[in-house]
Design a protein around this ligand. Structure first.
Ligand SMILES: NC(=O)c1ccc[n+]([C@@H]2O[C@H](COP(=O)([O-])OP(=O)(O)OC[C@H]3O[C@@H](n4cnc5c(N)ncnc54)[C@H](O)[C@@H]3O)[C@@H](O)[C@H]2O)c1
Length: 329
């Protein structure tokens, strides 16, 4: 395969994180774009030089031959995954899809199975797994014993219509702090239980908003690590921001991972700080395209099937928020 032919499904904000990298890859050609919003699909076509422009994924699938596209990039709202991945699998197209991949776990289970059966190469947008500082963190952790981990993602509200409602975004933990949920799994393996609480009442005057203002999830991992992960979306522009990332307390070391920025390893005798020097969106996209070209799915760090485990953890936390029960996984 000289050039990987790509179709873009969803031309909103997030799609550009991928497209901005793909347009510079000499071995990638973006051949088709789709979005129900005309202005967005035309802007994307201009940016990518794509000649085939469609009003949605269905029109793209109806008009594109199976051998005209190798890969689709899917960046749509969490509730808009209406047969998009299933259609790509049927065509035999590999796909990259944004997290959370859907709010319907049965659908996600089915997609994971179908993709596995048809040997489709998949990548879910947990790009933080490609950070150099996360590699350093993963190298350091086995040298110490971790007890407690404190994680946080506290910020404001992304002003997207679908983000404002829990029914269309899944809540902040599932939509946004899923990155740290996934990071915890990447560092510590599989969880055995989760307990979570959520509150509202701080955010006022945002029309249509009904999701949680903040939540706390206590996750126990099979290897005895316990993580407390807090999420908040109530900060106003006046707030200078808070520590987002993970604070990892080991027996003989404190590790401070500042989200997408740096990691600091501290003991009484040494403090070692590493700042990321890497464009992780570049590395993540390059890796996916290389995986497709070499037909080597093992290169991808967050394939659909693995990402599904993170999604299930987020859903279990939501269930705990609703029922007040500890959810065993
Ligand atoms: N990995 C990350 O760091 C990251 C960051 C931001 C957003 N995201 C995720 O990316 C996804 C998209 O977010 P966004 O900010 O781009 O949202 P957005 O609302 O800006 O864009 C979504 C686009 O999808 C289009 N769309 C909906 N149904 C479609 C269909 N059937 N065919 C073609 N296009 C369709 C919409 O018209 C819209 O333009 C969400 O799941 C979000 O959680 C991931």
């Amino acid at each position: 395969m000289d050039k990987v032919r790509v179709g873009i499904i969803g031309c909103g904000g997030r799609s550009y994180a991928h497209v901005n990298k793909l347009v510079d890859f000499e071995d990638v050609e973006i051949v088709a774009v789709a979005d129900p919003i005309e202005e967005r699909r035309l802007k994307m076509a201009e940016k990518t030089d794509a000649k085939r422009i469609y009003k949605d994924h269905k029109e793209l699938y109806d008009n594109e031959a199976t051998d005209a596209i190798d890969v689709v990039y899917i960046s749509v709202e969490p509730t808009a995954h209406d047969g998009i991945e299933e259609g790509a699998i049927e065509k035999g197209w590999h796909f990259a899809v944004e997290k959370p991949m859907t709010l319907d776990i049965d659908q996600a289970e089915n997609i994971a199975k179908e993709a596995r059966d048809k040997k489709i190469i998949t990548w879910v947008g947990f790009q933080d797994r490609y950070l150099d500082i996360v590699d350093a963190l993963r190298e350091e952790l086995p040298k110490h014993k971790t007890g407690l981990v404190y994680g946080s993602w506290i910020g404001g509200i992304p002003m997207l219509w679908w983000w404002l409602k829990k029914s269309t975004c899944g809540g902040q933990l599932v939509e946004q702090n899923i990155h740290l949920l996934d990071m915890l799994r990447y560092l510590y393996g599989e969880p055995k239980s989760v307990y979570a609480t959520a509150s509202t009442g701080i955010v006022e005057g945002v029309e249509g908003y009904d999701t949680d203002d903040h939540s706390t999830a206590v996750i126990r991992f099979k290897n005895s690590v316990t993580a407390t992960l807090v999420s908040g979306c109530y900060l106003t522009k006046e707030n200078p921001g808070s520590h987002n990332g993970l604070l990892i307390t080991c027996d003989d070391m404190i590790i401070d991972y500042k989200l997408r920025d740096s990691v600091t390893f501290s003991t009484r005798s040494e403090v070692r700080k590493l700042k990321t020097t890497q464009d992780h969106h570049y590395v993540a996209n390059r890796t996916f395209i290389d995986a497709v070209k070499s037909k080597d799915a093992s290169k991808v760090r967050s394939p659909y099937e693995d990402a599904l485990k993170t999604l299930k953890l987020g859903f279990a936390a939501n269930e705990s928020m609703e029922t007040g029960q500890v959810i065993t996984l």
